[in-house]
Write a protein that binds this ligand. Structure first.
Ligand SMILES: CC(C)(COP(=O)(O)OP(=O)(O)OC[C@H]1O[C@@H](n2cnc3c(N)ncnc32)[C@H](O)[C@@H]1OP(=O)(O)O)[C@@H](O)C(=O)NCCC(=O)NCCS
Length: 187
């Protein structure tokens, strides 16, 4: 897959435009800063404390693009006088040729929350995923969150990922039940 893909979400004043592009090593300092937030440690997978951790994580994203099973995008807010500030991450994962379903994930920097960044970025990712992989058979995107992550549940609802079912807890990785939401191609 081409790792120069860049997706755009137009400005929704007062919210600035968003640019989504594959992660790169230049993102390391901002990634380390964003990952110090307790909610990130609780809800999101990257356990990043240092530059070395962040470089390893970015490398994993780059390998995903190379192998075609994981497509992670840094989400940047852009303005007329700004080259782009890191505000989040969206990822399409568990993809394989001809596979009818895949999974999405996301997080937003603490300073950027509550402004609709995650739903807007997820909408861009969802459209791109169905455009790119729909003709090859992708019909369904799944979104999973722990049952007490109400902010993530709201992102799912606002992004038209309908509630599908409760997933039983699977400790230690998933100590509580989860919600599975799904969105179908063309829905
Ligand atoms: C879940 C998350 C991605 C939402 O991103 P976002 O860009 O803030 O999304 P929204 O602006 O649409 O807000 C979603 C909900 O977050 C809550 N919220 C609002 N302001 C908030 C703030 N300042 N801080 C935290 N949560 C806030 C509200 O419940 C909101 O729903 P509402 O629009 O009905 O009020 C973000 O809170 C996050 O990154 N959390 C930590 C990592 C995580 O949980 N990732 C998902 C794992 S499944």
């Amino acid at each position: 897959m081409n790792d120069t893909v860049v997706l755009h979400e137009v400005a929704m004043p007062p919210a600035p435009a968003l640019v989504l592009r594959p992660w790169c090593m230049d993102d390391v300092p901002a990634l380390v800063e964003v990952c110090q937030d307790p909610a990130m440690r609780l809800w999101a997978s990257p356990a990043i404390q240092s530059d070395a951790d962040a470089k390893r994580w970015v490398r994993t994203q780059q390998q995903g693009w190379a192998t075609g099973d994981r497509f992670g995008f840094a989400v940047l807010e852009t303005g007329l006088d700004s080259p782009g500030q890191l505000v989040g991450n969206v990822v399409l994962k568990e993809t394989a040729p001809g596979k009818p379903s895949a999974e999405v994930g996301y997080w937003t920097a603490a300073r950027a929350r509550g402004k609709g960044v995650a739903p807007r970025a997820l909408e861009a990712l969802t459209g791109w995923a169905f455009d790119m992989l729909g003709p090859g058979g992708l019909r369904r995107l799944e979104l999973l969150h722990q049952v007490d992550n109400s902010a993530s549940c709201r992102v799912a609802e606002k992004s038209r990922y309908d509630f599908d079912r409760v997933l039983p807890a699977a400790p230690p990785a998933f100590p509580l039940d989860g919600h599975l939401h799904a969105r179908h191609r063309g829905a």
